[in-house]
Design a protein around this ligand. Structure first.
Ligand code: P6P
Length: 337
């Protein structure tokens, strides 16, 4: 009889000792994310049935229409992490500035900050396409017990202690890393537990899928245009297949399992690209590297970029190592560096 699959809760506890700072707080933080994911999943799954679909009538700092589920997801993740009294600060795509969390205990001993995209791909909600939550966790760099500061959030991606995503798809999954590989857990909605379904996820070094919004082709830098044409040429194992869901988490998840590359380059429309460094690119890049993949802006490793502001954007090329290196070669050939 197959061994009962491990639950996410059991996995977190079992692997806590392997974590460099195993004090139980990160485990508790991951458990709070697990809880929030279940609550948000419940609403996402019934979004078509209740009046929670559609724009909330507000716009976020990105100038994007806030979908009601965006607002709901943002509130749920913030509430859950705040209640657990583990983090000293939270930054979110849906919040203009970071939120300082004053610990209930007087010395405010909370050591972690979390950055989240509470509902990535939310423009897909109304058309019933997968969406996701992306999270990134750091240890604070300012003294414990003092008010959290912006520098606690503006850390390089290489300093992350954990990162992951929830994908609300045909099934709901949590995929995360604490720096010792990537593991995926699938929710059994009947009992509300996540089970280890994808242990030790690894990017195939090569792939045959490229994910990019080709509608922006004319606005792309020449190196990206040249790489896309390379993907489309009849030669060897090419042409590749084009797959673009319009939801980073879904495109990345498929590419990690099957092999592939995701590109959101800079363009004349988006001079720094569209994706946000701190709560989209860095956590996904951390997962990619932990799964033997690669991530850069075409020249600089994503995790080495020094952030200068909370909502900054970067060009993003991420996926199977050999595919990313090929795209980087086209960028160097066309643009130097
Ligand atoms: P476009 C969703 O808004 C998102 O941030 C990613 O999830 C997705 O891959 C990308 O933007 C889609 O952007 O401009 O192609 O619609």
């Amino acid at each position: 009889m197959s061994r009962q699959k491990q639950t996410l809760g059991e996995f977190i506890i079992e692997n806590q000792s392997a974590f460099q700072y195993s004090s139980g707080e990160l485990s508790s933080l991951l458990n709070s994310i697990r809880l929030a994911a279940k609550v948000v999943n419940h609403e996402v799954n019934k979004a078509g049935l209740v009046d929670i679909i559609g724009a909330a009538g507000d716009t976020n700092i990105q100038g994007e229409d806030q979908q009601k589920l965006d607002v709901y997801a943002n509130e749920k993740f913030i509430q859950t992490m705040t209640k657990r009294n583990i983090v000293c600060g939270i930054a979110s795509e849906e919040e203009d500035d970071f939120i300082a969390i004053n610990s209930q205990d007087e010395n405010n001993g909370n050591k972690y900050v979390v950055l989240i995209d509470p509902l990535d791909g939310s423009s897909n909600i109304d058309v019933n396409v997968s969406v996701g939550t992306i999270f990134s966790i750091y240890r604070r760099v300012t003294p414990v017990g003092t008010p959290v500061k912006i520098e606690d959030f503006l850390q390089k991606g290489s300093e992350q202690v954990a990162a992951g995503y929830v994908v609300y798809g045909t099934s709901t999954m949590i995929v995360y890393t604490t720096g010792a590989g990537v593991n995926g857990f699938t929710l059994n909605p009947a009992i509300g537990s996540f089970y280890l379904s994808h242990p030790d996820m690894v990017f195939p070094e090569d792939g045959h899928i490229y994910s990019v919004n080709e509608g922006n082709y004319i606005h792309f830098p020449q190196g990206i245009k040249n790489y896309i044409k390379y993907c489309q040429q009849e030669e060897g194992d090419r042409p590749y297949t084009s797959r673009y869901i319009g939801s980073l988490v879904s495109d990345f998840h498929r590419n990690m399992i099957k092999g592939g590359i995701y590109l959101y380059p800079q363009s004349s429309k988006n001079p720094k690209g569209k994706l946000r460094l701190l709560y989209e690119c860095n956590p996904i890049a951390f997962l990619a590297e932990q799964a033997n993949g690669k991530s850069s802006d075409g020249f600089t490793r994503t995790l080495d970029v020094q952030p200068t502001e909370l909502h900054e954007r970067v060009p993003f090329i991420c996926g199977s190592k050999n595919m990313v290196e090929k795209a980087e070669a086209f960028m160097r050939e066309a643009h130097g560096e």
